[in-house]
Design a protein around this ligand. Structure first.
Ligand code: RIB
Ligand code: CA
Length: 312
C-alpha cells in the first residue's frame, strides 16, 4: 500500500528532484505540496511547486502557500545557490494550475485530523516553519502523524550556511526546536548523508538523454546548482539533498544511521541552528531521532534515474 505523504518544500532544484521522485514512485502517494519560504521567498516557492507538478503532468496535486517568514527571525534565502527564480537552469512556463486558497498550515492540520491516525507522513525539505506552526496551532495532530522524514541538520559534516548550521535548520531554529522536541517518529536526513549523494557527469548525461521532458530538466537543474557546491567543496559533483528523504521512504536500506538524541541550538552567537547530535551517547538525553549518516550513492542514483525515466 502506498505511503501517504505531504511534502513541505522550498523549491529549489533539489526539492524539484525530490518531488519528481515522489511522483514517479508507486510506493508514494502525494496528498499535497505545502510551500514555505526558504531557498527563495514564498511567492516563488509556491510558484515553483506548481511549475514542477505541471512538468510532471500532475496538476491534480494541490499546492498550498504557507509561512513567508520564520517564526521569529528575519528570512534568509539562498539565491546565490539556486538562482533568482529558485529553479534556475530550466525556464518552465507559468503554471495554469491554481494555488489553493487554503493556507498550508491549515491544510496540514486538516489532513492530519481527517486522514486515519498514523497514516500520513510529513516530508519537510525546507525550513520547518510550516510544520512548527501547525504543531503550535493544533498540538492534537502530533500524535496522529505516522512519521516525519526531514532533510536538515549536520553533525560530522558541519554546517553549509554557517560553520555550525545547515540551511533548513538555520533559517528557522525556533521552528526546528519545536519539531525536534515533539513526541513524533522523526527521521533526520542531514548533510552527513546527503553529502555522499553526489551527482556525476555520467549520471547527469544519462538524465539529459532520456526521451522525456523530466530527465533533461533534472540535468539542466543539476548543471546550474552543482556549480556552487563544486566550487565550494572542490567536489566532482553536487549533493542532491532533498531526494534522499523520498529515497529513504522507498528503500530505507539505501542509508545507515543511528537513533540518537538531537537538540537544536537556538541561543548560540555562532551556533544558532546547529543540530547537536549525541552520536556517541555521552549525554543522558533521550534518543528522539533516527540520524542518518551514510548513503549507498550508486544505488540511490540508479533509483533516481530509473524513476525519473518513468515521468513525462
Ligand atoms: O542544506 C540543504 C537544504 O537547503 C536543501 O533542502 C536545499 O533545498 C536547501 O533548502
Ligand atoms: Ca529544500
Amino acid at each position: 500500500m502506498a505511503q501517504n505523504i505531504i511534502i513541505d518544500t522550498d523549491p529549489g532544484q533539489d526539492d524539484a528532484v525530490a518531488i519528481l521522485l515522489a511522483l514517479a514512485s508507486p510506493e508514494i502517494e502525494v496528498l499535497g505540496i505545502t510551500a514555505v519560504a526558504g531557498n527563495v521567498p514564498l511567492a516563488l516557492t509556491e510558484l515553483n511547486a506548481r511549475k514542477i507538478l505541471e512538468l510532471a503532468g500532475r496538476a491534480d496535486i494541490p499546492v498550498f502557500a504557507g509561512c513567508n517568514a520564520p517564526l521569529t527571525r528575519k528570512l534568509i534565502t539562498a539565491e546565490h545557490v539556486h538562482g533568482k527564480t529558485g529553479l534556475d537552469g530550466v525556464d518552465l512556463p507559468a503554471p495554469a494550475m491554481p494555488l489553493q486558497a487554503q493556507h498550508a498550515v491549515d491544510f496540514i492540520i486538516d489532513t492530519l485530523r481527517t486522514e486515519p491516525e498514523g497514516s500520513v507522513t510529513l516530508v519537510p525539505i525546507g525550513p520547518l516553519t510550516n510544520i512548527a506552526s501547525a504543531f503550535q496551532r493544533a498540538p492534537d495532530i502530533i500524535s496522529r502523524i505516522k512519521q516525519i522524514v526531514l532533510m536538515g541538520g549536520a553533525y560530522f559534516e558541519v554546517g553549509n550556511v554557517t560553520p555550525a548550521a545547515e540551511f533548513n535548520i538555520h533559517v528557522d531554529p525556533e521552528a526546528a526546536r519545536i519539531v525536534f522536541g515533539a513526541d513524533v517518529d522523526l527521521v533526520v536526513m542531514p548533510l552527513d548523508a546527503t553529502h555522499e549523494a553526489l551527482t556525476s557527469r555520467d549520471w547527469v548525461e544519462t538524465l539529459r538523454a532520456l526521451p522525456n521532458r523530466s530527465g533533461p530538466a533534472v540535468a539542466s537543474w543539476t548543471d546550474f546548482f552543482e556549480r556552487f557546491d563544486k566550487e565550494k567543496y572542490g567536489s566532482q559533483g553536487a549533493p542532491l539533498h532533498d531526494p534522499c528523504t523520498i529515497a529513504w521512504l522507498i528503500n530505507p536500506g539505501l542509508f545507515t544511521g543511528r537513533r540518537i538524541n538531537v537538540e537544536i541550538e537556538t541561543k548560540g552567537e555562532f551556533t544558532a541552528g546547529m543540530t547537536v547530535a549525541d552520536w556517541w551517547g555521552v549525554s543522558d538525553r533521550p534518543a528522539n531521532a533516527l540520524f542518518l549518516r551514510h548513503t549507498d550513492r550508486d544505488a540511490l542514483f540508479a533509483l533516481l534515474a530509473e524513476r525519473i525515466a518513468r515521468l513525462p
